[in-house]
Design a protein around this ligand. Structure first.
Ligand code: ASP
Length: 440
């Protein structure tokens, strides 16, 4: 029998009416047995997410020893949700306990996690399903890493015999016994964790968009929707800033070869986007699957004659970056040249100058040059490796749009071509590449 784990994001939990939609989506498919929810998100632009309200509660706890005014907003929000849902649920006694525990625990993670806790309590009531607290089934080890084995066991134990179960996303329990959250947007990870634990046939991720688009709709008008893409392509695109899913959420389900289906709560009839493990993936025939760009990188260019014959040259350069705790994004290299591409934000507060000094000392380069304000644009697609002339088309499109290429890096998997251009050329370049491969 098929088993689906459905994760509903913040906008799908935003008010009672949307939660009723969620109920009919779940009721509409008997395979939708396990539900993971986010905290209520924004109902309209300018509205405040419950998680943000809770971070304010924690500030109040820090300043005054307990939260009062800030928690009243959370209380109001959940009261109106329960009223809209018209369920017989004593939300105020749950809110009283929650407020009391926030004041007692005095923990930022615990406070922030309560949005998911409360929305899962309400959703379980609406569905008549079992509530499973993530605190009892999602564990982190002493290094703060997610403990898959222990969690898998606990999740399966908790859902045994339950027809349907609802889990709060975003948090679990640390080795110290206290509630610990994932990074922001982390309910996507919780959904993947549950999907993997119950060995789901599909992980449905319900959002407020009808899937992944081939590029950012703020740059290209109505870009094509991606019907299916592989995990690897998704990883490349979301790493480069295409934001539908939390980029870490792929790992638990990827390991178990579970497909992810991105769907829209507000248009459930839309086909959405399928993210498939390589075993199920057959390229669509499109050469390029998607294009994504990210601004504000710095390129450190190093030239030295006979660099290739100097053992340890690259290691010495990279050790300098390691010393200053700067993550390296790309290392394009030539015979006597190498460049190191890093996010400019990582070089603030004088770090760049210190790094340049240390590189000079470590390898005595003939030339050491820095280019700032670089945007990286990734053109991604499995189809690229098997079709001749893809890069020629890409560079021709850029040339025709008068975009100057500052850097080129082709991933060794031939899944992507990354080009570096000036920040101000980023949008123009994405548009040119899109037009070349998708038309329009
Ligand atoms: N509520 C959390 C956040 O706003 C987690 C999530 O929604 O996934 O980041």
């Amino acid at each position: 029998m098929a088993v689906k784990v459905c994760k509903f994001g913040g906008t799908s939990m935003a008010d009672g009416n949307v939660m009723n939609r969620v109920k009919s989506i779940i009721d509409g498919d008997k395979d939708r047995k396990f539900v993971v929810v986010s905290a209520p998100g924004k109902r309209y632009s300018g509205d405040v997410k419950v998680t943000d309200m809770l971070y304010e509660c924690y500030k109040e706890v820090e300043q005054k020893g307990s939260c009062g005014a800030a928690f009243a907003l959370v209380r109001n929000r959940f009261n109106s949700i329960v009223k809209e849902l018209n369920v017989d649920f004593d939300i105020n006694s749950v809110l009283d306990e929650t407020e009391e525990r926030i004041n007692r625990e005095k923990s930022e993670d615990f406070t922030a996690s309560r949005g998911e806790y409360l929305s899962a309590r309400v959703m379980a009531e609406v569905l008549g399903a079992k509530f499973v607290d993530a605190e009892d089934v999602v564990f982190f080890d002493k290094d703060g890493a997610y403990d898959a084995e222990r969690s898998d066991r606990a999740i399966n134990e908790a859902v045994r015999g339950a027809a349907r179960a609802v889990f709060p996303g975003f948090y679990g329990r640390g080795a110290d016994g206290r509630v610990k959250t994932f990074s922001r947007g982390g309910s996507d990870i919780s959904g993947a964790i549950v999907a993997r634990a119950v060995n789901a046939t599909t992980y449905e991720n319900w959002t407020d968009v009808s899937g992944f688009l081939a590029c950012d709709p703020r740059i290209v008008e109505s870009p094509r929707r991606i019907k299916a893409l592989s995990y690897k392509e998704l990883r490349e695109l979301s790493y480069m800033g295409a934001n539908v899913l939390h980029s870490e959420s792929i790992f638990p389900v990827r390991k178990a070869n579970i497909p992810i289906h991105i769907l829209n709560t507000f248009r459930p009839e839309d086909a959405g986007t399928l993210i498939l493990p390589s075993v199920y993936y057959t390229p669509s025939g499109n050469i390029v699957t998607g294009i994504a760009g990210k601004k504000d990188f710095t390129v450190i260019f190093i030239e030295k004659s006979l660099m290739n014959s100097q053992i340890g040259f690259v290691r010495k350069v990279l050790s300098v970056l390691e010393k200053y705790d700067v993550p390296v994004e790309h290392i394009p290299s030539g015979i006597d040249t190498m460049s190191v591409v890093v996010e400019s934000a990582a070089l603030k507060d004088g770090k760049l100058e210190l790094i340049l000094q240390d590189i000079k000392q470590a390898v005595c380069p003939d030339t050491l040059r820095v280019t700032e304000d670089i945007a990286l644009i990734a053109t991604v697609g499995h189809g690229m490796s098997s079709s001749v002339g893809t890069s020629a088309r890409l560079f021709k499109a850029m040339a025709e749009a008068s975009v100057n290429v500052k850097m080129i890096d082709q991933g060794s998997s031939e899944l992507n071509i990354i080009v570096g251009v000036r920040n101000e050329d980023c949008e123009k370049c994405i548009r040119a590449i899109y037009r070349e491969f998708f038309g329009g």
